[in-house]
Design a protein around this ligand. Structure first.
Ligand SMILES: O=c1nc[nH]c2c1ncn2[C@H]1C[C@H](O)[C@@H](COP(=O)(O)OP(=O)(O)OP(=O)(O)O)O1
Ligand SMILES: [Mg+2]
Length: 201
């Protein structure tokens, strides 16, 4: 069985990687499968730096190739915030509902055409004794006036995707995986794929 470790404790990201990589016959393990693994502090000032920090720490811990995802939402009217602070925007507890409420409060009265935003995803691939590779991608949209939809995770209920006429949380998993920042970044690893996967008996 082909396998890859994604260095994330986020269940939503994990589900998306599982769906994206099942097509390739690759089984995804995330850090949720390894409850004892250490926390990595996200002290970088960019998505790429944080992805590298997480990937390299976990490649050392597991002695094998891992992929880390650092992602978030950049809102133009908020000068790029919440950005790399997306997960903890409304506090250390990483509460999606509180993060959404904070963003909507800050955007009160801002008209739709000025609510432009994008999701960013940086993926770092680290392996012991190898140079770490990083790819990045974005997905453009608008911040809706109110949350809509039940699917996805994080800021999906307030991220309006113009070409679909829906919020990200109203898209099916398959639809999100055709357009998302995460799917686009993963596609950029295509050429390195044979070196990334681990063959498990
Ligand atoms: O597709 C997405 N749809 C909605 N929201 C999203 C998405 N992608 C990232 N986001 C938000 C969630 C979280 O507020 C932050 C990620 O923060 P980030 O540090 O990368 O992830 P995390 O702390 O949840 O898990 P981990 O670091 O273990 O991978 O951006
Ligand atoms: Mg994090």
């Amino acid at each position: 069985m082909k396998q890859v470790i994604i260095a994330t404790k986020n269940a939503g990201k994990t589900r998306e990687f599982q769906a994206l990589l099942a097509k390739k016959g690759v089984e995804v393990k995330s850090l949720l499968d390894f409850p004892d693994c250490p926390d990595v502090e996200e002290t970088g000032s960019t998505f790429a730096e944080n992805a590298i920090l997480k990937a390299e720490a976990m490649a050392r811990y597991f002695h094998t190739t891992v992929i880390a995802d650092d992602s978030g939402l950049a809102i133009d009217a908020l000068h790029g915030r919440p950005g790399v602070y997306s997960a903890r925007y409304a506090g250390e507890e990483k509460d999606d509902q509180k993060n959404i409420a904070k963003v909507l409060e800050e955007l009160k009265g801002v008209p739709l055409e000025k609510r432009t935003a994008r999701f960013h995803c940086a993926l770092a691939v680290a392996a012991p004794g190898r140079r770490t590779a990083v790819v990045e991608a974005t997905c453009e949209g608008y911040i809706a006036e109110e949350p809509k939809g039940e699917n996805g995770f994080g800021y999906d209920p307030i991220f309006y995707v113009p070409q679909k006429g829906k919020t990200m949380a109203e898209l099916s998993k398959e639809e999100k995986n055709q357009i998302s920042h995460r799917a686009k970044a993963l596609a950029k690893l295509e050429e390195q794929w044979d070196e990334i996967i681990n063959d498990k008996e």
